[in-house]
Write a new protein. Sequence first.
Length: 353
Amino acid sequence: MKGNEAIAHAAIRIGTDGYFGYPITPQSEVLETLAEQKPWETTGMVVLQAESEVAAINMVYGGAGSGKMVMTSSSSPGVSLKQEGISYIAGAELPCLIVNVMRGGPGLGTIQPSQADYFQTTKGGGHGDYHVIALAPASVQEMADFVGLAFELAFKYRNPAMILADGVIGQMMEKVTLPDFRPRRTEEEIIAQCPWATTGCQGRKPNVVTSLELDPYMMERRNLQLQAKYADIQAHETRYEEIGCEDADYLIVAFGSCARIAQKALEMAHEEGLRVGLFRPITLWPFPSEALAARARQVKGILVVELNSGQMIEDVRLAVEGSRPVRHFGRLGGIVPDPDEVIEALKQTFIHP
């Protein structure tokens, strides 16, 4: 099935309570598949096409405030419209899942794939000092697997989580093993697991869900608590994959579909006698800086491959701290590079400059 379809099926199977979204290419199959499956008849899951992206993210805010497993999906311009709501959710410390299947920009751009939302995702996107946990799938299987993982992390840290895919991963078709069915949580389970939620205050004091503090000292305290939580996430939740890195002279760093392309480029490089490894960040935030820095010490140079003009390269350079040369190769406007383009860029940059 398509990556978008895998997202929808996984959401139903893991007991998601509600989906609120709005169609936009290239992620519309998420909503379409949910509508076709009619989970409200089987699991009781709410599936609602909102009147806009702004409405959808605020419905997620309301559902998350009551302790429910709720999610939304969109593509780049639509996620831009959701940024204020995402900031509110992060400020209120609520768990939810946001799926972004990226397309080219800026503006309306194109419906073709891109990875140009990296900055928006990893550097906040909306107003204020906050982070979302960002997972970058590189296969249809990971599209399915990361739905459950994203919810797990979101509830563990009371923080919004995002699956940041691109149009290639959303539209490509592969075999996939879907998660086993598990029932939605009961109201009693939600009350026990989410003591902060607005579940009705019989027998307890009211829970207040807000991101607003008029007292600046209280607002500073809230921000310091958030920063402490983010430091905890950074310490414990970085994820990455290494392929062929043990004896590599050069390193390619790529995520999502570019990592798939780079993996094929590695095979071609090895046939030519070039020792090249692939470092794939799976969590874009928190970024696996320490692991990348350790691997970088053994190589002569690093090529960052992205479907953008150079965004993740900034985090790579921060991780390496100038110890190795870091260069960028990317295509724009929805053009997806071939593996031989990646190898040629590596050669021209480091081997035959």
